[in-house]
Design a binder for this molecule. Structure first.
Ligand SMILES: O=C(O)C1=C[C@@H](OP(=O)(O)O)[C@@H](O)[C@H](O)C1
Ligand SMILES: C=C(OP(=O)(O)O)C(=O)O
Length: 396
C-alpha cells in the first residue's frame, strides 16, 4: 500500500518553493489541503479561498504579508472563519505587516496588504497552535536580517516546529532552536538539497495501525514510503501502538506493521500534546479493542476541523461507549459492546471518518459525508477496499 505524501511537509515545501523557485519537490500530497495551498500560491487574484486547510491559512497569511505591493483577501470555509489566528496576525504586525479582519476579529477572512517586513526580533505565545510559529519560520529566510523568535508559554505540537526547521536545514538554511529561542538566518537561495522527496503521511498511517491492532495475531500490512528518521512527529505511532500489539519493522523505504499475540493492557494512558492528530485514532481503536483510554494534552482539539472532543464524545456514545471529556482531556471506560449499524457523523472532519472506519471490523457501520477524507487522504476508501473492506454508497 502506498500512502500519499505528508500534507504538512508538502505545504511547507510549497511555500519554500515560492521563495526559492529552484526547489524541486517529489511525492507531493494529493490532498485537498495541498491543492488549495498550490492554488493559493499560484493565484494572482484578489481573493484566495483555502477552504478547510489550517496550514494553508496560517502559512499563506505570513507569505502574503511579506509580499510587498500585493493585496489579497484570504478566506476559508465556514469553520475556518471560526478558527483563531490573532496570535499570528499580531506577530506579523510587530514585523511591519498590514492586516485587517474583514469579519470577526481574530479570525479569517483577512485583508492583507503585503509589505517589506522588518524583523528580526518578535515574540509570540506558543500554546495555541504551532502552525503560527511554523508560518513565521517559513518566511524567516526572506526577511532582510532573518528571524529571532521568542516563544512564550508551553509549546504545543512541538514536532511540527522541528519539522519546519528540519526542512529549512535540508535546504541549507541555518537555524537553531534553543530553550524558547528560534533563530533563522536570511537566505537568498538554497545552498543545500535542491530536490526533496516528501515522506508519506504518518497521520494517515495511523488508520492502518488501528486496523492491524483490531486484527488477528499474525496480520501484516506493508506501507510505502516511510523513513525511520522521519521529520513527522506522528511517527510516534511506532511506540504508541506497541502496547496495542502492533509491531513496526523498517526495511528500505517501507514499514511493515504486524500483530503480535501478547495480552492487551486494561487501558492506555498518554499525553498527546506532541501528536494531537492521533487522538481520534487511538480513542476509536481502544473502543474497538474494549480497553480503556486516558488521554491528556488535548487542548488544541477544540479548534481543529471541528471540536474533536465533542465529536468523539458524541460518536463513541452513539456506539454504546462510556466516555468523559473536558476541554483538554478524555477518558474512555474499558469493556463495552459496540452497537451495530450506527451512522457516524463526520463534522467536516476527515479524521472522524478515517479514525472510525477500522471499527467496521467489529460491527457494520455507515458514514455521513464519506468524501470528507479528501482533506488529507483522498484515496482512503479505495485503499481500504484493497485490504478487503467492502462498502457501498447509500443516499443520505
Ligand atoms: O504544522 C502542521 O502541519 C500541523 C500542526 C498541528 O496543528 P497545531 O499546531 O495547531 O496543533 C496539526 O494538528 C496539524 O494537522 C498540522
Ligand atoms: C488539524 C488538522 O489540520 P489543519 O489544522 O491543518 O486544518 C488535521 O489535519 O488534523
Amino acid at each position: 500500500m502506498t500512502v500519499t505524501g505528508s500534507k504538512s511537509e508538502t505545504n511547507r515545501l510549497l511555500l519554500l518553493q515560492a521563495l526559492f523557485p529552484e526547489l524541486e519537490i517529489d511525492n507531493i500530497s494529493n490532498s485537498d489541503d495541498a491543492q488549495v495551498m498550490q492554488q493559493g500560491l499560484a493565484s494572482d487574484g484578489a481573493l484566495v479561498d483555502i477552504h478547510h486547510a489550517g496550514t494553508a491559512m496560517r502559512f499563506l497569511t505570513a507569505y502574503f504579508a511579506s509580499r510587498a505591493g500585493r493585496e489579497v483577501v484570504l478566506t476559508g470555509s465556514e469553520r475556518m472563519r471560526q478558527r483563531p489566528l490573532e496570535i499570528l496576525v499580531d506577530a506579523l504586525k510587530d514585523l511591519g505587516a498590514e492586516i485587517t479582519y474583514e469579519g470577526k476579529k481574530g479570525c479569517p477572512p483577512l485583508r492583507i496588504k503585503g509589505q517589506h517586513l522588518k524583523g528580526p526580533r518578535v515574540t509570540m505565545p506558543a500554546s495555541v497552535s504551532s502552525q503560527y510559529i511554523s508560518a513565521l519560520i517559513l518566511i524567516g529566510p526572506s526577511l532582510p536580517e532573518g528571524l529571532e523568535l521568542t516563544l512564550e508559554g508551553n509549546i504545543t505540537s512541538m514536532p511540527y516546529i522541528h519539522m519546519t526547521l528540519g526542512l529549512l536545514k535540508r535546504l541549507g538554511i541555518q537555524n537553531s532552536f534553543t530553550g524558547n529561542q528560534i533563530s533563522i538566518a536570511p537566505a537568498q537561495s538554497i545552498s543545500g538539497e535542491r530536490q526533496i522527496t516528501v515522506e508519506s503521511d504518518w497521520s494517515s498511517a495511523s488508520y492502518y495501525y488501528s486496523i492491524v491492532a483490531l486484527s488477528e495475531p499474525g496480520t501484516r500490512i506493508t506501507l510505502r514510503f516511510y523513513r525511520e528518521d522521519s521529520l513527522q512527529g506522528d511517527s510516534a505511532l511506532v511506540d504508541l501502538f506497541k502496547p496495542l500489539g502492533v509491531h513496526t519493522s523498517f526495511e528500505a523505504d517501507r514499514i511493515t506493521l504486524s500483530k503480535g499475540d501478547e495480552p492487551l493492557p486494561p487501558k492506555i494512558k498518554h499525553n498527546l500534546i506532541q501528536t494531537p492528530d492521533l487522538a481520534q485514532t487511538l480513542v476509536a481503536c481502544c473502543f474497538g479493542l474494549g480497553i480503556g483510554c486516558d488521554l491528556t494534552g488535548l487542548h488544541t482539539l477544540k479548534i481543529k476541523e471541528t471540536d474533536r472532543l465533542q465529536a468523539l464524545y458524541n460518536e463513541i456514545t452513539k456506539l454504546g461507549g462510556s466516555i468523559r471529556v473536558t476541554d483538554r482531556s478524555l477518558y474512555l471506560k474499558p469493556e463495552h459492546q459496540m452497537l451495530s449499524d450506527k451512522r457516524i457523523a463526520t463534522y467536516n472532519d476527515h479524521r472522524m471518518a478515517m479514525a472510525f472506519a477500522p471499527l467496521a471490523m467489529v460491527a457494520p457501520l455507515s458514514f455521513e459525508d464519506a468524501g470528507v477524507v479528501s482533506k488529507s487522504y483522498p484515496d482512503f476508501w479505495k485503499d481500504l477496499e484493497v485490504l478487503g473492506f467492502t462498502s457501498e454508497e447509500v443516499s443520505e
